[in-house]
Design a protein around this ligand. Structure first.
Ligand code: WTA
Length: 569
């Protein structure tokens, strides 16, 4: 029997108080995610149950019980307090998927500060703009990433502590740096959590938009209510599950469902801190007897590409549930997973901003391959007209997705950018910026994004950020960045570049430009192709028309070009 029972029944009598009751929470009570994910689970008699099975590079393996997790989070929390870090301050987590990342996240929450996880693959510039925005006072990082922090530290007066979790004493610590070693630190048995409340900020995740700098999505401790219940009903997490969420906590999936959801339910999870390889992934599932697997379409397409034979070489019978998030899950991938695992990947749709799953396929419900299926119970979702923001009731009509605000995990604002936050609400709907249709049976079908943001392998890249970075390259006079189709990543970044006089359009320069962006921003933001052009299509007012370049890449109709300036060129 699945946790959700009957979807229809749940929708009928839904109230978020179901989760509140299960979590023994009442309006006005203290609620601390760090406490819920560790102390409470230990109090429920699961102190000796495994919380984390971790595998790192070179085959290293570590195991932690819920009591270990509790102690590690306490020890981090106490260390931060001892450094003078105060509740409400932003603590950036800039690490690979090492155990310290998971436990420091909980430690930060326990002592009442705000966790700001960032991908460790981010380059100097990506890191700097996100820290400048949050004005984090503390960053927790590793030896291998500290050089990026050092290069920008002089310009970050707000940053007081650079904590290194694997300092080996080989070279002296520098200004503002301090070492913390979880394994040799004395475990802190008794730790009083900061009494945080429903609306106390918890996590700040950065997400990219079409224009402007990345936005810091502010979440609060009350988000736990949604994250707990969706993990229980959609991922169907049960006490004896071994759960694997492949996402990095630099991305919202890796915190909402790679830390908070499973651990608030007291479920054992695995983490693989290694690059992607189909063979490795199957071995990992087989070895740890993974039963519930939450992944993303690009990974699934990469597995498909690796072939069916590889699957049959491994014993995959341990799997009982598969789910996916981050980008459109094409019907082929769902059909393929049925064929090779005997289970469909259940597509789930949500966003950094929504904090928890919004439109999902549920265990036990009919799967229509290619459809995101139905709103989570308690969520009012619709497709609305893009001009009037009125609900479209006719099945099959394309419109913008809209949600009635009010679920617990909804963002509370964009950090320091209330204006943009407010602009996301129209006619009483929160507009996530995606287009969809609804069929006669109430199933949602994703159509596309309503902006220029590039979703490459499930990660959002802002064309504006890449264009700005390109302009800092000595050879680049002008640039325009769009997506181009890709078999595995669905979309990848493509740059159109106008060179400055004196630079030749060579392959060597293309490589240099790619590398420049990789280091400055991240490997994901790096253009997979650079096309040299003499000029860029612009409107008469001088705005670059990305739409035209996009249409060209995707072989689409170009549409109205009447405002185009240099159309004869
Ligand atoms: C896209 C990810 C199609 C969408 C948790 C959304 C999806 C953006 C799906 C959010 C899906 C996410 N099908 N598209 N199942 N899930 N998206 O903030 O455009 O990184 O607005 O959060 O990814 O990406 P974000």
């Amino acid at each position: 029997m699945f946790n959700i029972g009957s979807y229809e029944e749940r929708v009928k009598d839904f109230s978020w108080s179901i989760a509140e009751k299960e979590l023994d929470y009442k309006d006005g009570d203290v609620i601390n995610i760090g406490w819920y994910c560790t102390d409470r689970i230990c109090q429920q008699g699961k102190a000796d149950k495994l919380a984390l099975i971790w595998e790192g590079k070179g085959g290293k393996e570590k195991r932690y019980t819920f009591n270990d997790a509790r102690l590690a989070a306490n020890t981090f929390g106490q260390f931060l307090r001892d450094q003078g870090v105060k509740p409400g301050e932003r603590v950036c987590l800039f690490m690979d998927k090492i155990p310290e990342l998971y436990f420091s996240f909980l430690g930060v929450l326990k002592m009442g500060a705000i966790a700001q996880p960032l991908f460790s693959a981010f380059g100097d510039e990506s890191l700097k703009v996100r820290l400048d925005n949050s004005e984090a006072t503390t960053i927790i990082t590793q030896k291998k990433h500290v050089s990026k922090v050092r290069r920008i530290l002089a310009d970050m007066s707000y940053m007081k502590h650079v904590i290194m979790v694997d300092y080996d004493g080989r070279s002296p610590l520098r200004e503002r740096e301090v070492a913390f070693d979880l394994e040799s630190a004395t475990p802190v048995e008794d730790f009083t959590c900061e009494p945080t409340f429903a609306e106390t900020p918890s996590v700040l995740h950065y997400t990219s938009g079409t224009t402007g700098q990345p936005k810091g999505v502010k979440h609060v401790h009350y988000s736990l209510i949604s994250q707990y219940l969706t993990s229980k009903w959609v991922l169907d997490l049960q006490d004896d599950d071994i759960y694997w969420c492949t996402a990095d906590p630099g991305w919202v999936t890796g915190t909402s469902y790679g830390i908070i959801g499973p651990w608030s339910l007291g479920v054992t999870q695995c983490v693989l801190d290694r690059g992607f390889s189909a063979e490795e992934w199957y071995r990992f599932i087989e070895k740890h007897r993974v039963s519930m697997w939450y992944s993303a379409p690009t990974a699934i397409r990469s597995l498909m590409k690796a072939g069916d034979e590889l699957v049959t070489k491994h014993d995959m019978k341990c799997l009982r549930m598969l789910a996916s998030v981050g980008e459109p899950l094409n019907s082929e991938a769902v059909i393929w997973s049925e064929k090779v695992f005997g289970l469909p990947f259940l597509d789930t749709y949500w966003q950094t901003e929504t904090g928890s799953m919004m439109i999902c396929n549920y265990p036990g419900m009919k799967v229509k391959p290619g459809s995101m299926a139905k709103p989570f119970p308690g969520i009012t979702a619709a497709v609305v007209d893009s001009d009037t923001y009125e609900e479209i009731t006719e099945p099959g009509q394309i419109g913008l997705i809209g949600f009635r605000p009010g679920w617990p995990a909804m963002m509370r604002t964009y950090w320091g950018n209330e204006e943009t936050y407010k602009s996301k609400f129209k006619n009483g709907w929160y507009i996530p910026g995606d287009r969809a249709t609804i069929d006669k049976e109430g199933y949602f079908w994703f159509v596309g994004r309503d902006d220029d943001v590039i979703n490459t392998g499930g990660h959002l890249v802002s064309p504006f950020e890449v264009e700005s970075a390109l302009l800092e390259h000595e050879a680049v006079a002008e640039s325009a960045v769009v997506s181009k189709p890709d078999v595995v990543n669905m979309e990848v970044v493509k740059a159109f570049v106008v060179l400055k006089a004196g630079f030749d359009p060579t392959d060597e320069l293309e490589l240099k430009i790619m590398n420049f962006i990789r280091k400055k921003l991240s490997p994901l933001a790096m253009p997979q192709e650079t096309e040299y052009v003499k000029n860029l299509p612009k409107t008469r007012s001088g705005k670059i028309m990305r739409r035209l370049l996009h249409a060209q890449e995707w072989g689409e109709e170009i549409g109205d070009t009447s405002t185009l300036e240099n159309e004869d060129d």
